[in-house]
Design a protein around this ligand. Structure first.
Ligand code: SF4
Length: 294
């Protein structure tokens, strides 16, 4: 089994943001939060240990802290995760955290780095060059969320910075909608890696699906096509990730165009993700309880 990464869903009652394109809200989430219910008992940590060990023994090197909310919302869970990881025969060394950055300040970043072992912070961005527009699209209560400040603090701690662009017509508010603009702005923020994420709407009838259909028009799809052509022409192929996406050196950045963020097109035997749900069980698909592994 080829496993690109293990996603650990950090439990929380509801997300502190309300992104207009949130894929988590487009399908049911009926996984119980057994951490909150039974975390006093060593059994949850023991079960988590088995799942992390299983992922490691199947060749998975990367652990992504994510979920249907923001991982920074549950510090106690992160602390338990860190303890369990350190107890593995071969702990995850590459630990990534996916976040919009809401309410993450310098002490929080210190906690992620020093206590949890986070090595890469992947900032999810809806508008790259206008903080107010970004905050408006992710509907955050963090009125101080500023990409420049956040990225600077991440780089000051020598952590890897990945900028994950949720591609929509408003990804750039003040600059020409060109690959050069996007790459230049990501470079100015200190990015090491850039992911262009095609927004995915499994159910066009949902509020989020309707937002995507209004805001991901030919302007965005045309940009992605032009970008792919430019990457092929000017980039240098680095490698192919297990699920099939090619990674390129493009103007000095590691660049991936992820048009399959939900692993719908996972190749025959390839498994793109393992997902550890808040109930403590392991799955292979974001949108199917039937994908339970154990
Ligand atoms: S931060 Fe993530 S989980 Fe929360 S609303 Fe936005 S996309 Fe959804």
């Amino acid at each position: 089994m080829n496993i690109q990464s293990l996603s650990v869903c950090v439990p929380a009652k509801r997300c502190i943001n309300d992104c207009k394109f949130c894929c988590s809200k487009m399908h049911d989430s009926d996984y119980e939060d057994n951490f909150t219910e039974i975390c006093q008992y060593a059994s949850y940590a023991a079960d988590m240990r088995k799942r992390l060990e299983y992922a490691r023994e199947n060749g998975c090197n990367t652990c992504m802290l994510t979920g249907q909310n923001e991982p920074q919302q549950n510090r106690e869970f992160l602390r338990v995760f860190a303890e369990v990881n350190k107890s593995l025969r071969a702990p995850f060394l590459n630990i990534e955290m996916q976040t919009s950055g809401a309410f993450i300040d310098a002490p929080f970043l210190d906690f992620f780095r020093e206590s949890v072992g986070v090595t890469t912070v992947a900032i999810s961005v809806a508008c790259l060059d206008d903080d107010a527009a970004n905050r408006e699209m992710i509907q955050t209560r963090d009125e101080a969320l500023c990409l420049e400040t956040l990225c600077r603090e991440i780089k000051r701690r020598n952590m890897n910075l990945r900028i994950c662009l949720n591609m929509n017509d408003g990804i750039l508010a003040r600059h020409p909608f060109t690959p050069e603009s996007v790459v230049g702005l990501c470079g100015a923020l200190g990015a090491d890696q850039i992911t262009f994420r095609a927004l995915w709407a499994p159910d066009a009838a949902t509020e989020q699906g309707q937002w995507i259909s209004r805001h991901v028009t030919e302007k965005t799809t045309g940009f992605i096509s032009a970008l792919k052509e430019d990457i092929r022409a000017k980039g240098r192929y680095l490698d192919t990730l297990e699920y099939g996406s090619d990674r390129y050196d493009y103007h000095g950045f590691s660049v991936v165009v992820d048009e399959d963020s939900m692993a719908q097109e996972a190749r025959k035997s390839a498994v793109k993700y393992l997902i550890l749900r808040p109930n403590g069980h392991l799955y292979s698909k974001w949108d199917s309880k039937a994908s339970l592994i154990f």
